[in-house]
Design a protein around this ligand. Sequence first.
Ligand code: ADP
Ligand code: ASP
Ligand code: MG
Length: 409
Amino acid sequence: MGIIVQKFGGTSVGSVEKIHHVANRVILEKEKGNDVIVVVSAMGKTTDELVRLAGEMTSRPEKREMDMLLTTGEQMSMSLLAMALQNRGYKSTSLTGWQAGIRTEAVFSNARITEVKTNRVESLLNEGRVIVVAGFQGMDENGEITTLGRGGSDTTAVALAAAINAERCDIYTDVDGVYSTDPRYVTGARKLNGISYDEMLELANLGAGVLHPRAVEFAKNYGIKLTVRSSMEETEGTLIEEDAPMEEHLVVRGVAFDKDIVRMTVVGLENELTGFPAVFSILAENHIDVDIIIQSKLDTGKVNLSFSIKESSLDETLQILGRHKDEIGYQEIEHETNLSKVSIVGSGMVSNPGVAAQMFSVLAKHEIQVKMVSTSEIKVSVVVDSNEMIKAANAIHESFGLNRSAVEA
Ligand code: ADP
Ligand code: ASP
Ligand code: MG
């Protein structure tokens, strides 16, 4: 028998009853003769509540203090679950991320895992203990506590699974698998039996919150068998693997959307050759993720540079660009908020020209204005007004034949 890593998200550990229920799911796996490592998120909306509390202290909390605060949420869950398991007669030890050997780069609020030192986890497993690890947290080389970005407990689970050579990593959540799109907003969303790492990675990066993108990256790089399944029902779930067979004749596997996008425009870039790289290296040095980039030449010979970022990075981006105005050389910065990105993903797109055209036609038919576009071999993304996002997602989902009724018919 091997090692199984199970991860339970916020809703799944949202109350005392639910934690007892999670203990049952853990015991089921342990009773099959497996060694079990459990990764837990903070209970329910605890992380949001902690963010709100910080906001009561200051409008600009230091990132270090935010990480100190937010990591307490996961620590509540880990100890409560360990107690529930002990109460059922199972030996269990809870560990913080750093105790479990999760080392990260020295970045607060969105750190990447650099290494997992498994010796402590291994020796506790050898004692027959169930290990409960706090998700979403680690420690950098300076001994500072860091977090992995919202939704990062998935990544803790997959990174541990990779480091310890686990047989499987099961992500238990409040949906029974990965769907063709978010079932909370699109009624026709359909559960997928399987999906490839690459497609899942695109969907996750493009806003499908069911998995943290870096978790999928780890799974792909280390060939981890990853499943997403319900913490409430005993159903199969969705397997994420190297090659998932494409169902039917569909070209598009899924639709993802992401609200809170901002379009920034650096107006009147004086020197295209030096200004363009300067903007992006300065943003990269400050860990600001830039997405769609569009450059347009003005009649004056100067250049406007537009790019999209997450709304949570807006204040910081404005400050950084402001600080480097002379170095970059531009006239002014403009920005547009209340935008969203809607994307289609599918490995079948490479050999199917006309997919983007179909997407634009559907949007035009619904009178939805497209503000930015980006494409790759397996995705097309458009930026639209936020109040059109759900309408766009539903229309596109149906148009590509993804609705449950269409496929089952
Ligand atoms: P957890 O707290 O367990 O980590 P999350 O809220 O992070 O749970 O992720 C589960 C949610 O992801 C679902 O409730 C669903 O609304 C959302 N979601 C977004 N896109 C998808 C998708 N393609 N398939 C399934 N769920 C999705
Ligand atoms: N508790 C963290 C969050 O809400 C991490 C996680 O749940 O994965 O984002
Ligand atoms: Mg999550």
